[in-house]
Write a protein that binds this ligand. Structure first.
Ligand code: DON
Length: 572
């Protein structure tokens, strides 16, 4: 008993006083994103009197400029909106597969999967971001499109000075940029890749954004931008058509609702993975995590088993609701959850299967805004891989996604995230691929308690689950909850992946003894773990925000000038 108490004291002394850094605090509004300039754009929009949606749309466009690997107009995503009048709604602006797509196109004559690099335009889905941001602004915004796009256009036209974190991201696209003159001239204007201290100017992107600002989404879906993408696709054996662009629609949907230890959870429905978050949390609910201390073997065992089951179900049953029936009620039914809990209680594990190594990388981006009246907009959008397909149609200035890799291209084949998915997510014309992007809101006493979301492929799901546990079970503040080390399990491969410092050697030994395989991530790969950006309302009713240290360029910025909030967490 004594040792448990000592362990707790140690744990909280580390969390509270050691490497601890307080969250950004605000009474009137907060914006958290992966790139500090984009967060500042959002905070400025709030200061100018815009609401959370005005700021979110401005951030969405700004990230497309200042975080070109991930922020985008060439991809798609999901937005979860909680409005001060009590309304909760989801905007699905996920990409769709072109009408002429066919699974056979992705395999050679021997039935082998063709490399990403060689697939080029075949992996590009019809982008949803521009129509998504436009529909969201129309429904909830108070400012004009021109007002909210102005900062992004300025950042693209005038450029911004890169810091070392921007440079670290851009450098990773170098190999692909060198081969393509239209991209090379942006990121390698003098023949070598831009470095920290130099200015990234994106004139073509500024022009594209100005066209959208002036003419609205139509220019992207029916006008010159669609034409440029379709022409480039045709030139490179792609199947995108003007019809695909014209037919693209966003979908407004009801959220998925569940609860965790009495805290109502609001999250996104298929084709994303809110159901998987709910299923994991519902299974965990039976187990007293706090009693087992933070990351103790038993706590990890419960989580790992719950994560495995929920991922197994995700990969087997979930897909685009426009094409398949998602058995949500069955997956979350009390009887089923109870049966799974009993199995875990009895120490049963999933059968070990072949070990594959998932490639965690920094490719998606999540941003969240809360304003003074309590509106919350939590958005994750992506072009899938780093710089998406690494393709830019002519002089459009933006990267296109490679989202079609998220489909099941062949049952039993793993995708780039080593997800082995089933029939429900098979690629079909006009279908949307299953996604892990799951912006989520946790409520308490009828008020927002936490608004969160993450990047990181399948680790998005386990990141959100663990930060909710960190906040609810372990009482961490938002900064600690977001930045605590994590682990990840996704059914296949049957391995618990650990971030550095996430599990002690003693814990690893216990878990191995009961049959788990664990794999340590090397330091060099630390930065590739999923990155979360989140807001929490504290007991004093203040908004507190934290970006993720795993993306050192991220920042939480308060609306009410950030003097009293620690604005910087790293040296530039
Ligand atoms: O929608 C999905 O699940 C993936 N396309 C997300 C990719 C991702 O998060 C990449 N990494 N940061």
């Amino acid at each position: 008993m004594q040792s448990i108490i000592v362990c707790f004291l140690l744990m909280f002394s580390v969390v509270s006083f050691g490497a601890y850094y307080p969250p950004v605090v605000s009474k009137t509004g907060i914006v958290v994103s992966d790139q500090y300039l984009a967060s500042k754009v959002g905070a400025r929009i709030l200061r100018q009197g815009g609401n959370a949606m005005d700021a979110a749309v401005a951030v969405g466009y700004a990230l497309a400029v200042v975080d070109p690997c991930c922020g985008n107009i060439g991809g798609g995503g999901f937005m979860l909106i909680h409005w001060h009048d009590g309304q909760n709604i989801v905007l699905n602006f996920r990409e769709t597969a072109p009408a002429k797509i066919n699974a056979k196109l992705f395999f050679n004559a021997k039935g082998e999967r063709i490399e990403h690099k060689k697939l080029g335009y075949l992996l590009v889905g019809v982008p949803g971001t521009v129509l998504g941001l436009s529909a969201a602004l129309k429904k909830f915004g108070t400012m004009t499109r021109q007002q909210v796009m102005k900062p992004a256009i300025k950042l693209a036209k005038k450029g911004f000075v890169l810091n070392r974190f921007d440079e670290a991201v851009i450098v990773r696209g170098k190999k692909a940029f060198v081969r393509q003159p239209n991209i090379r001239k942006i990121f390698m204007p003098k023949g070598v890749i831009l470095q920290a201290g130099q200015r990234l100017v994106q004139k073509n992107l500024a022009h594209t954004l100005s066209l959208i600002s002036k003419n609205g989404a139509d220019v992207f879906y029916k006008g010159s931008i669609a034409k440029a993408v379709v022409a480039a696709s045709a030139l490179h054996h792609g199947v995108l058509t003007m019809e695909d662009f014209k037919n693209y629609k966003v979908v407004w949907a009801d959220p998925i609702n569940c609860s965790y230890r009495g805290f109502p959870i609001i999250t996104v429905p298929p084709p994303s993975s809110g159901v998987t978050i709910c299923e994991t949390l519902k299974i965990i609910e039976a187990f007293p995590l706090m009693k087992n201390a933070f990351h103790a073997a038993n706590a990890v065992r419960y989580n790992a088993a719950a994560m495995s089951q929920a991922f197994y179900d995700r990969n087997k049953y979930l897909g685009d609701p426009a094409f398949i029936k998602n058995p949500i009620t069955q997956l979350l039914s009390e009887d089923r959850i109870k049966a799974i809990q009993t199995k875990i209680e009895n120490g049963q594990l999933f059968n070990p299967i072949e070990p594959l190594i998932p490639d965690q990388s920094l490719e998606t981006t999540h941003f969240v805004v809360m304003d003074k009246v309590g509106n919350v907009v939590s958005t994750t959008y992506t072009i899938n891989s780093l710089f998406g397909s690494k393709l830019m149609a002519a002089n459009t200035g933006f990267f296109l996604n490679n989202e079609l890799d998220d489909f099941t291209l062949k049952v039993g084949h793993a995708n780039q995230f080593k997800l082995v998915q089933g029939n429900a997510n098979l690629i079909r014309p006009n279908k949307r691929p299953l996604s892990s992007m799951s912006p989520t809101i946790v409520m308490h006493n009828n008020k927002v308690f936490m608004a969160t979301g993450a990047a990181g492929g399948p680790t998005i799901i386990t990141t959100i689950v663990q930060s909710i546990e960190n906040a609810i079970d372990y009482g961490m503040d938002i900064r600690a909850a977001v930045n605590a080390p994590r682990y990840h399990m996704q059914w296949r491969p049957n391995i618990i992946y650990m971030e550095p410092f996430s599990l002690s050697l003693d814990t690893i030994a216990i878990l191995e003894k009961i049959g788990y395989q664990l794999q340590n991530k090397l330091f060099g790969r630390f930065k590739y773990w999923g990155a979360e950006n989140a807001i929490m309302v504290n007991k004093a009713n203040e908004l507190t925000g934290s970006s993720d240290n795993r993306r050192p360029n991220g920042r939480a910025v308060a609306e009410d000038s950030s003097h009293k909030s620690p604005a910087k967490k790293t040296m530039f």
